[in-house]
Every structure is written in C-alpha cells, then in structure tokens.
Design a protein around this ligand. Structure first.
Ligand code: PMP
Length: 361
C-alpha cells in the first residue's frame, strides 16, 4: 500500500499515525472487547476519551478557563446559524466582514434572524485582498462582529487579529484552527468544522467566552442552545463519538509533534515553497492574492488555460498528488496544506509543477 499526498481542502488528509492507531483499535479499544464507536457516550471509557480530547485541545490552543470548549455535531455552517440564535436578539444588528465565499455563507445563515450589516466587503476587489481595518464601518449597537479567519476557497487570511471595540469578535477558523499560536482572549467566539486541521468531518468545535452564554438570544430549541451544551459537557444528546475520538487522536499527535508553534513553522515553510514555485514560474502559474494576506493553508492558483488545467489535474493525480482541482466557484487549481500534510508533500508538488511547466510551458 502507498499513501498519496492529499491536498484536499476538506475532508482532508489526516496524520498517518492517527489512522494507524484507529485501525489498530478498531475492533478492540484498550482491551475492553469492543470498538470505542460501540460504547455508550456515558460510559467511563468514552467519557475518558472525551475529557482527554478536551484537555489536550485546551492545552494545544492555550484556551483560557473563562472560555467554554464545545464539541458539536455537524459542520461549521450550523454554527454560523446558531450564532444569531444564541447571541443576538430578534432583528438586532450584527456586523460581518466579508473576505470570501465563506463570509457570504455565514451571512446567508443569519439573515432570517438578524439585521446584517456588511462592515467591509472584499468582493468588489475579487476577494484578492482584505479591506484595511480603517475602512470598516462597524455599528455602534452590533451584537457581534464576524470575520472568516481564513477563506478556504479564495485563499486569503487574516495575519493578525483585527482590533474591534464595538462588540465581541466572532471568527470562523474552520480552515486554519490550530495552525499557529493564537491569542484566544481577543475573541468572543471561535468556531471550526474539524475536517481540515483537527480530524474528521461530522464534529465542530466552538470556543466561547463563558459570559456570552448568558445572552438571551432568540426563541430557539434547547438543542440549538450553546449554554445547554456547555452545562452538559457537550453531551446534551448523543455526541458523534467516533469523530470526537479521532479528533482527540489528532490533537494528541499535534501536541507530540511540538504543538502550534511547530506547525506554524512547518506551515510557513510549505506555503513558502508553493508560492515560490508560483511566483518563480514567469507567469505560467498565477496566484492573484495580495502577498500580505496570502493564505498559508489554501493556495488557489491558475494556469494559462483550461486544457492545461485539466491536464495538470489528471497528471498530478497519476503522480500521487491528490485533489488539486480548484473549487468550482473560482476554477483553476488549489493546494491545501493543512497541519497533517507532510513537508515532503509540498516539495513533491513543487517538483511536479516545475516538471509540468518544462513539458507544457
Ligand atoms: N467555513 C469555512 C472557512 C469553510 O472552509 C467551510 C467548509 N469548507 C465551512 C465554513 C462550511 O463547513 P461545513 O461544510 O462543515 O458546514
């Protein structure tokens, strides 16, 4: 068996060590005679797995004690809707800074419940840059300000946490969580689907300043209430135990590898290799994002025409480089370089790119 290098944007590559451990424990977890996925979420075995994952993620991300850490079923889109239901009153103003496709999705989820104010919008510039902080028009009375820390499709990222004083800052970290050190205390809430940097799809993490859980929000079911999930340690109903377990293994692996500082170093090196190959190609490959906000996680890039793009996708796959086709919203190619993607993968991609250009340039 050979494992290819997988550049998928998500669900994405997982550490091989994690997959091997899950495989080894599949039929019999820790000698109990059953798989972890067959055990009750209320039993001592799974409770220990869940608590370990929480403690490890708190350690990995240095999450302060006055923040709740929730493990929620489903994806980031669900959290996008829950933000309005939990933290804004009906029709209340909320500020959104839109820097790509996922910022627009976030707005779509809350429109039925709140008065959305777009405080800044990168779309007129084709989402190739992040509007400068001093151009944002923040509201006096917003319930929160929402940003997308890293735009998975457009490939732009906030390099620093923007200073926001009018309301708590909420951020979608789906595609960059735990990829570098972060000062969690600058945020009111951070959410992320796990399927890029933290593990498998089907579980999301929400990191929220506890005092915000006291907000009334709007009429909603208990199951849509973050405070209820927090009060029951994310076991208000049956949680996605398999996903939680895999997330725990992935986080433990990240700690063993040296934590977020080490991943920041590796991720910067991988991204520098790929951007270097693009910028050094004399225009054969193009990435149009302003250099100061280029994503280190997702690199969209383009060839001179569609025929070459299709050829690149086919030939790279045959060469063991998977999932380099761009998202349909922007076309072209995209390389996602999450924590679990080894540095050798970025080198293999760059070698392939140079060879492809030699043959087709
Ligand atoms: N936000 C971002 C930044 C994403 O990349 C994605 C998925 N690619 C989403 C939100 C939506 O996540 P999900 O499909 O888990 O709902």
């Amino acid at each position: 068996m050979t494992r290819a290098y997988n550049f998928s944007a998500g669900p994405a590559t997982l550490p091989e060590a994690v997959l091997r451990q899950a495989q080894a424990e599949m039929l019999d977890w820790n000698g109990v005679g059953a798989s972890i996925v067959e055990l009750s979420h209320r039993g001592a075995e799974f409770m220990a797995v869940a608590a370990r994952a929480e403690a490890d993620l708190r350690a990995l991300m240095a999450i302060p004690d006055d923040y709740a850490l929730l493990f929620m079923s489903g994806g980031a889109t669900t959290q996008q809707a829950l933000l309005a239901l939990n933290f804004a009153s009906p029709g209340q103003k909320v500020d959104y800074v839109v820097t790509g496709h996922w910022g627009k999705t976030a707005i779509k989820q809350v429109r039925p419940y709140v008065d959305v104010h777009v405080a800044a919008d990168g779309e007129p510039g084709g989402f190739r840059d992040i509007p400068a902080r001093d151009t944002w028009s923040l509201s006096e009375d917003a319930a929160y300000v929402h940003i997308t820390a890293n735009e998975t499709i457009h490939g732009v990222e906030f390099r620093d946490t923007p200073q926001v004083d009018n309301a708590p800052l909420f951020a979608d970290f789906s595609s960059s969580i735990a990829s570098e050190p972060l000062d969690v205390s600058k945020y009111g809430l951070i959410y992320a689907g796990a399927q890029k940097n933290l593990g498998p799809v089907g579980i999301s993490v929400v990191i929220v300043r506890r005092e915000l859980l006291e907000r009334a929000g709007q009429p909603r079911a208990d199951i849509f209430t973050y405070a209820s999930h927090a009060a029951r340690d994310s076991m208000l109903n049956t949680p996605p135990t398999w996903n939680w377990y895999l997330l725990g293994l992935t986080v433990k692996w990240m700690l063993e590898q040296g934590g977020v500082a080490e991943f920041a170093r590796r991720n910067a090196a991988k991204a520098a290799l790929v951007y270097g190959a693009i910028d050094g190609s004399g225009g054969f490959y193009r990435n149009e994002v302003a250099p100061a906000v280029r994503s280190r996680m997702n690199i969209p890039f383009f060839l001179p025409d569609e025929t070459l793009t299709a050829r690149f996708v086919t030939e790279s796959k045959s060469a063991g480089l998977l999932a380099l086709k761009g998202h349909k919203a922007v076309g072209g190619l995209r390389a996602s370089l999450y924590n679990a993607l080894p540095p050798e993968a970025a080198q293999a991609l760059v070698d392939f790119m140079r060879d492809f250009q030699r043959r087709n340039g």
